[in-house]
Design a protein around this ligand. Structure first.
Ligand code: HEC
Length: 175
């Protein structure tokens, strides 16, 4: 009987030990599970936060891009406007200069005529019968060159330059 009691004690002890080990194993397993769960949760949260940050960065970049695009468009419009205005100013200036040159030429023609031809052909180029000089309104360059070459009374006008002859002709045709 004493022998069995000893044996029983040993068996009991072993059983208790086994139970303890199992419980410890179980709790270790549970802890591992919990830790794994937490790690998964954290990883999920981390991924969500990263995604959110990415979306925000994307939105920000989009906004910045839109801003830059808008600014570039505005600048382009301003530049075009300025170029157009400059073009208008330039063509006005060219027009003014051309007009100025025309006026200057007409003035030169008038002054060459008055200095050299008016005494015989009249101040208004209507001709002078007393001088037997005909009206010269509408006379072209060729006619002037011809009379300078052929007519002795015009020989001294060989000193006139091509520009002066052209100017006189322009003046006579403008009358
Ligand atoms: C001294 C007087 C005199 C002066 C100055 C003079 N002319 Fe004459 N011009 C005449 C006379 C006169 C005639 C006509 C000649 C004839 O019919 O043969 C004539 C004829 C002409 C003709 C030919 C007209 C035609 O219908 O056949 C032209 C062109 C002309 N002159 C241009 C000029 C020009 C330009 C000047 C000034 C640069 C000028 N003359 C200065 C006296 C003059």
């Amino acid at each position: 009987m004493k022998k069995y009691a000893g044996l029983l004690l040993v068996v009991l002890l072993l059983a208790t030990l086994g139970a303890c080990t199992r419980r410890e194993e179980q709790s270790a397993e549970q802890r591992t599970d919990a830790a794994a769960g937490e790690a998964r949760q954290e990883a999920r949260e981390g991924a969500a936060a990263t995604e959110q940050a990415g979306r925000e960065a994307g939105r920000e970049a989009e906004k910045t891009g839109e801003g830059i695009g808008q600014k570039a468009e505005d600048l382009g419009r301003e530049a075009k406007q300025e170029a157009k205005e400059l073009g208008r100013e330039a063509s006005a200036a060219v027009g003014g200069a051309r007009e100025g040159v025309e006026k200057e030429k007409a003035a030169e023609g008038a002054s060459v005529y008055k200095a050299n031809c008016a005494t015989c052909h009249g101040a208004d180029a209507a001709g002078k019968t007393a001088m037997k000089a005909p009206a010269l309104k509408g006379t072209d360059e060729a006619a002037i060159r011809k009379v300078i070459a052929d007519h002795p009374q015009h020989a001294r006008f060989k000193k006139l330059t091509d520009d002066q002859i052209k100017a006189v002709s322009d003046y006579l045709r403008s009358l």
